[in-house]
Ligand binder design. Structure first.
Ligand code: SF4
Length: 64
């Protein structure tokens, strides 16, 4: 599973960074979240789906 963040939509609330403990998403220099892995670790897939559901601006995209 792959994922990315639309930085045009992200408002930097930090929820996805906190949920994934900075293992999948982390802040870039602009204070917005970025995916920091090419492939989501298996044990993080459910957490990433949860982060997508909770993102207030629907900025997280998941690719199979
Ligand atoms: Fe950005 Fe959404 Fe992550 Fe908040 S939850 S930091 S708005 S991508």
């Amino acid at each position: 599973m792959k994922c990315n963040i639309d930085t045009e939509k992200c408002i930097g609330c930090g929820n996805c960074v906190a949920l994934t403990e900075s293992k999948v998403f982390d802040f870039n220099d602009d204070g917005l979240a970025n995916a920091i892995v090419d492939e989501v670790p298996k044990d993080m897939e459910e957490t990433v789906k949860e982060a997508k559901e909770q993102c207030p601006t629907d900025a997280i995209n998941i690719e199979k």
